[in-house]
Design a protein around this ligand. Structure first.
Ligand SMILES: Nc1ncnc2c1ncn2[C@@H]1O[C@H](COP(=O)(O)OP(=O)(O)OP(=O)(O)O)[C@@H](O)[C@H]1O
Ligand SMILES: [Mg+2]
Length: 259
């Protein structure tokens, strides 16, 4: 191995020439990109450009939508997630997801976080309690809820519910977190908490986040991918993207000239 290869970053997620179709309509065109392990990658671009579609190709959530088709490859640690041998349940355990609209189950705070571990067969009460506490601590929610774990999760504020959903995702020990506009429905204070949390989780998890907020992308991410009409127009280090974008289209978008 040359020294150059040694310093090369470990790639967690690699998309290779991904085309994606909803019925006859093509939504992604030849997407190729690499996301290093432990980094945060922001997906930006105007509404309808394919950000959520691309995010969902990574954990095969698009499989749940009828008449969709993907060609190309999406690799997790070098293995194609679309291989016939892939266990999709196991894949989604490794790749957690958080949505724009927080979606806690109408259950207690405890049961929300314990849900995933239970589905995967964990029955030991003490072990579950430990996982719930650790996950809520990692999601920066523990101090606010530790005295009311039996309360219904729907009684939490919007920002707390979103952090609960992050705790629920973390409880099964994922390697990757996909976040689709996780803070866009939140007030500035709750948004700041989510951003702090992303900074905290960075390194331990590989995070892919969709955001319409350019400041947020530049604050939280290492790399940024600019999508436009289903094409990946530019993919680079975030600092570079926001100071010296290569393409005119990128510059116009990030300076707010369209989108
Ligand atoms: N379930 C679906 N069935 C059919 N077409 C879809 C479906 N979901 C998305 N599309 C289409 O695919 C294209 C990309 O949509 P997508 O939701 O990925 O965009 P986006 O970049 O996430 O947009 P936004 O910023 O508004 O969330 C759009 O033309 C959209 O209409
Ligand atoms: Mg979207």
């Amino acid at each position: 191995m040359t020294s150059d290869e040694k310093t090369k970053k470990e790639i967690k997620i690699r998309a290779a020439n991904v085309d994606f179709f909803y019925g006859a309509t093509q939504a992604l065109f030849g997407i190729t990109m690499e996301i290093p392990a432990g980094e945060v990658c922001a997906l930006i671009g105007p509404s309808g450009c394919g950000k959520s579609t691309f995010l969902r190709t990574i954990n095969r959530m698009n499989d749940l939508i009828a008449r969709t088709r993907l060609t190309g490859e999406v690799l997790l640690d070098g293995a194609n997630v679309y291989d016939a041998a892939t266990n999709v349940v196991e894949l989604r355990k490794r790749i957690g997801m958080v949505f724009q609209k927080s979606n806690p189950f109408p259950k207690s705070i405890f049961d929300n976080v314990a849900y995933g571990p239970r589905v995967h067969g964990m029955r030991n009460r003490e072990a579950l309690e430990e996982i719930v506490q650790r996950s809520l601590q990692r999601a920066a929610l523990w101090d606010e809820v530790k005295d009311r774990l039996k309360d219904n999760a729907l009684g939490l504020s919007g920002g707390q519910q979103q952090r609960l959903c992050i705790a629920r995702a973390l409880a099964v020990d994922p390697e990757v977190l996909l976040m689709d506009e996780p803070a866009s429905a939140l007030d500035p204070r709750s948004t700041a908490k989510i951003e702090d949390l992303i900074a905290e989780l960075r390194g331990d998890y590989t995070i892919v986040i969709v955001t319409h907020n350019m400041q947020q992308a530049s604050r939280v991410s290492d790399t940024t991918a600019f999508f436009y009409e289903g094409h990946l127009v530019e993919f680079s280090a975030t600092a570079t993207m926001f100071s010296r974008p290569e393409k005119k289209q990128t510059e116009d978008y990030i300076t707010g000239r369209f989108g």
